[in-house]
Ligand binder design. Structure first.
Ligand code: ZN
Ligand code: ZN
Ligand code: ZN
Length: 419
């Protein structure tokens, strides 16, 4: 008889859980004993490992974050490099040289932007740039506009850049997007808005050619993912329910998936609408088609991807999405250029960072106590293992389990401090 290391036990439990997703702790313990007869593991120890494990690791044992193929990060900075840590942790950024507190590490424009609703409304009203979200003190500040719809832009450059997404979300070019956009606004569902933006970008990249599509798809699939089902299972936050997911998917498909060719209304299409219809008709590679339009393995995962990676003001940033959380962050993200490029982020060092050290930002208010940080991080599907959490969480105990909640999900919820 031998006692496995925490690491060995963790791996065995992840595999067992994947093979038998419905088992509660006592049955899982019995299975473990049957599969590993040489091990002595108490139920208490197993429970402890399980509650400390990230639900992401349990639900999806395959890597949930992957490197972005062919990503050249020198377009932003040479001061950091991407590193793939282990399977559970995924990727992160490490310093390649000494960075001093207060220094700017890089500046980045968003891959797509799903702004806060107040700003979204201003964009719709022509009071903010439809691309970079910069607010206009007067309508005269908008130096460019979409010739077909009310969208306005800072200048010709912002309008040009908007061609990666706007045509499919333009009231004149793709009128079918209007019900979807009105709906997402009424629900204030930012992850869906981000997914809409990403989808528009991918479909337009597909129209532009293989190379453009490969580059954009590599970025999207590189964003870490926690599926909506997994998220719902481990979270008690009030989020859209399954019926709402379905309704969203229908509108989403009506906007992006296969225009109705036999529809009599097609005859009255404007030249612009015809152009968009042709873009939507162009077949996608099977992998991307499924990732966008298969409900379970595509759409819901896509929403989960957006949830995990949105910056706090609502943009998706390719390099920024590589930053991991730490409760003692050594880097921060700011929107400094409010007059000319509100969506642009500047990543700055909060402390001296040595070569080889990882960069951390914080996903929750770092002034919170251990239990509140732990509960706050639940939305990202992991339990923080930073030095500070190890120290402050040493004597922390999950709240007592309630009667009748025997399954693993409830155990985990208890472990995450949300009941
Ligand atoms: Zn702009
Ligand atoms: Zn337009
Ligand atoms: Zn922590």
């Amino acid at each position: 008889m031998s006692s496995p290391s925490d690491e060995e036990l963790q791996d065995a439990l992840v595999q067992l859980k994947a093979a038998h997703p419905g088992l509660g702790i006592p049955k899982l313990h019995a299975r473990l004993r049957a599969d590993f007869p040489a091990w002595t593991v108490s139920e208490k120890r197993m429970r402890k490992i399980l509650t400390a494990l990230s639900p992401k690791a349990i639900v999806s044992p395959s890597p949930s974050s992957q490197l972005v193929d062919g990503l050249d990060i020198t377009q932003w900075t040479t001061r950091v490099d991407v590193r793939m840590f282990d399977k559970k942790k995924g990727k992160g950024l490490v310093a390649t040289q000494k960075i001093k507190a207060g220094e700017t590490i890089w500046v980045e424009d968003p891959f797509i932007i799903a702004p806060e609703w107040e700003i979204y409304d201003k964009q719709r009203a022509g009071a903010a740039c439809s691309l970079c979200t910069t607010l206009f003190a007067s309508p005269l500040e908008a130096k460019a506009r979409c010739p077909l719809c009310p969208a306005v832009f800072c200048n010709a450059l912002c309008r040009k850049r908007s061609e990666k997404t706007h045509p499919l979300l333009c009231a004149a070019q793709n009128p079918a997007s209007m019900p979807l956009l009105r709906w997402v606004r009424s629900r204030e569902w930012m992850a869906l808005l981000a997914l809409i933006q990403c989808t528009a970008r991918l479909l337009l990249a597909n129209a532009a050619g293989e190379e453009a599509l490969a580059a954009d798809w590599a970025v999207v699939r590189g964003f870490a993912v926690l599926g909506m089902e997994e998220r719902a299972r481990y979270s008690f936050r009030s989020e859209p329910d399954r019926e709402t997911w379905k309704a969203a998917f229908e509108l989403f498909c009506a906007t992006f998936h296969r225009p109705r060719r036999e529809d009599g209304a097609m005859k009255n299409q404007t030249a612009e609408e015809k152009k968009v219809a042709a873009i939507l008709r162009k077949p996608l590679p099977a992998e991307i088609e499924a990732a966008l339009f298969d409900y379970n393995t595509g759409f819901l995962h896509g929403l989960g991807r957006m949830n995990l990676n949105l910056e706090s003001h609502g943009g998706l940033y390719t390099l920024h999405a590589h930053l991991n959380h730490g409760c003692t962050p050594n880097a921060s993200v700011r929107h400094l250029d409010q007059r000319r490029a509100l969506a642009r982020i500047t990543v700055r060092a909060l402390a001296d960072i040595e070569p080889g050290q990882e960069l951390f930002i914080t996903y929750v208010n770092p002034e919170l106590g251990y239990a509140d940080r732990r509960a706050g991080l639940e939305a990202w599907g992991f339990v923080c293992q930073c030095a500070r959490c190890m120290e402050e969480g040493r004597d922390w105990k999950p709240p007592e389990h309630q009667d009748g909640l025997g399954d693993l999900a409830s155990e985990l919820k208890a472990g995450l401090g949300v009941i």
